[in-house]
Design a protein around this ligand. Structure first.
Ligand SMILES: O=C(O)CCC(=O)C(=O)O
Length: 269
């Protein structure tokens, strides 16, 4: 365990580590009430998901549930998006005064879900250009290596390479002419790979080009529920391309312009 910061200590050390490693873990950045609220919303969403949801496994057993743009589906999530520490943490780590929410998401692996999350990085899934792209992954359950803690390749955001997106669940949607992510499993000995066992309320923040993946949830007694927020800072522009991850609707903004729109709301300032 490295890059492990107390919430109160979010400062230069965290910013430097995020820049250097492309991944930091913040302990207890969200309070128990927020976690309880998000667990309740997750249950409601699983019971009545949006049309952006996926509830399947790929080559495996169990249940890997995902739903995107959840704050558009369950409006009370707007409070967490706007009023929690998430947006301020994203601003501090990316050193930006402005952040847009690209989308929020539940990523949930039920007990006994064998499907792993493929090694990938996020930015090539989305219609964005720029360096200030980050994901905040908030644990709603205790997370252990056995229950599917996400692993991150430290420093991979500075490899200077964009990799082809690969679908988590369905057949491959993505056709961009980019190389595949290298065989990370075969390179484990040469790489600095980090994962964090987490308590509910802990979160990680990773850069949009940090390569990461996760095992399935091998526990039969523990859900692995995460609420995820995808952030864009002030250098990010709209970069639509064919065959990307489906967005909720067309944001009706010009290519090359700022993301600011109903779809990608400005959350700070
Ligand atoms: O939760 C997972 O298994 C994967 C997380 C992930 O890929 C992400 O947050 O970008």
């Amino acid at each position: 365990m490295t890059n492990d910061f107390d919430a109160d200590a979010l400062g230069q050390a965290a910013v430097d580590a995020y820049r250097r490693d492309g991944i930091v873990c913040l302990r207890q950045a969200f309070d128990p009430d927020q976690v309880a609220f998000l667990r309740d919303v997750a249950a409601r969403d699983m019971a009545a998901p949006s049309r952006m949801s996926n509830d399947a496994t790929r080559d495996g057993t169990g249940r890997f549930f995902s739903d995107t743009f959840v704050h558009k589906h369950i409006a009370e999530l707007g409070g967490i998006v706007r009023d929690s520490r998430a947006a301020d943490v994203a601003c501090a780590l990316m050193r930006t005064k402005k952040v847009n929410l690209i989308f929020d998401q539940f990523l949930i692996k039920a007990p006994g879900t064998s499907t792993r999350t493929v090694w990938h990085h996020d930015a090539t899934y989305w219609p964005v250009a720029g360096d200030m792209v980050a994901t905040l992954w908030l644990a709603l359950d205790p997370v252990t290596m056995e229950s599917g803690a996400v692993e991150y390749v430290k420093g991979s955001h500075r490899w200077g390479q964009r990799y082809k997106a690969e679908s988590f669940i369905d057949k491959d949607l993505y056709k961009e002419d980019l190389p595949p992510v290298p065989d990370i499993e075969a390179m484990r000995d040469e790489l600095d790979i980090v994962a964090f066992e987490m308590a509910p309320g802990d979160c990680t923040i990773h850069h949009g080009l940090t390569v990461h993946g996760a095992p399935g949830n091998a526990r039969d007694d523990l859900w692995r529920r995460a609420y995820v927020m995808r952030w864009a800072g002030e250098d990010v522009t709209y970069n639509p391309r064919p065959n990307l991850q489906p967005m909720l609707f067309d944001p009706q903004i010009p290519a090359g312009g700022p993301l600011d729109s109903e779809l990608f709301p400005v959350i700070r300032p």
